[in-house]
Ligand binder design. Structure first.
Ligand SMILES: [Ca+2]
Length: 298
């Protein structure tokens, strides 16, 4: 009978051993793999001179806009020219400027320039800016023009775009884009060095009638013979004049889009201008025009 008293103890011992094994297995399952000891890192310890780790990704910086000043006329008035006391409207005799919705290169509005130049006297309407042209060493100056009909330049000159220079004594045009007529009457643009009474002709482009045309001028200012005047029409180079003076010594420089003549027919003479711009990079038709379909329809 003695052996009978030993069996329960053996059974209890077996149950205890089984419970311990089950507990260990359960613990292993709960902790999951990877309990192996971590090998000592072989990476060098960062020192004060080590390169920092990359920071969080940053957004790509947006390049600055090349546009320094612009007027699209969508305000319905001429206030863009008057900004900061840096420009304005200047009429002589029968010249007038107004905002119109008859045609527009962008949006609903454009500028309408009208002159009654049929009496041999000077008539002009001019919209000028002088802060930016005076402050900058160089820039691009551009505008879209619309000639609704062929004009005969009876006076021999019709100033539509000009740089002027002013000192205490003088206030004169220096470089001008004039409109002239070919032998058959077709209009075209030529460059005029007014101070030195010299004109630069071109045969690359005529001016279209009844459609928008883009004129753009790069000006590198100089009060000695180191300046530059480069002109494009719809992206085609018309003039590239270097080694020239562009303003009076120490003189303020102003830029204007205008209609200015002493003899035009028919009279009154009306032209339209829109999307006038000063920029640090060229505003070519492929860039500016692709986003703004011409909407001349009346
Ligand atoms: Ca407009």
């Amino acid at each position: 009978m003695k052996h009978r008293s030993v069996r329960p103890l053996v059974i209890v011992a077996l149950i205890v051993v089984a419970s311990v094994i089950a507990a260990l297995v359960t613990l292993d399952l709960l902790q999951g793999p990877g309990r192996q000891p971590v090998a000592p890192s072989t990476e060098p310890t960062p020192t004060a001179g080590a390169l920092p780790r990359p920071e969080e990704p940053t957004t790509t910086p947006i390049p600055p806009s090349p546009v320094l000043w612009s007027a699209n006329l969508e305000s319905g008035d001429l206030s863009d020219w008057e900004q900061d006391g840096c420009g304005g409207l200047f009429n002589t005799r029968d010249g007038t400027a107004a905002v119109t919705n008859k045609v527009a290169h962008s949006g609903r509005y454009a500028l309408q320039l009208t002159v009654n130049a049929d009496d041999g006297k000077d008539h002009a309407t001019r919209l000028m800016r002088w802060c930016e042209p005076s402050d900058l060493d160089q820039a691009y100056f551009s505008a879209w023009y619309y000639f609704p009909e062929r004009v005969s330049v009876d006076a021999g000159w019709w100033n539509i775009f000009q740089f002027k220079s002013r000192t205490e004594e003088d206030n004169d045009p220096w470089w001008i884009l004039n409109v002239g007529n070919r032998e058959d009457g077709t209009m075209y643009v030529y460059l005029r060095d007014w101070i030195h009474e010299r004109s630069y002709d071109q045969f690359a482009k005529n001016l279209p009638v009844g459609q928008w045309v883009h004129l753009e001028v790069f000006l590198r200012k100089a009060d000695d013979q180191t300046g530059q005047v480069t002109v494009w029409q719809d992206g085609t180079l018309l003039f590239d004049v270097t080694g020239v003076q562009t303003n009076y010594d120490g003189g303020r420089v102003s830029w204007g889009i205008n209609s200015y003549s002493s003899g035009l027919s028919p009279s009154p003479t009306v032209i339209y201008v829109d999307d006038v711009m000063m920029s640090t990079a060229p505003i070519t038709p492929s860039v500016a025009g692709s986003q703004r379909e011409g909407s001349a329809s009346e």
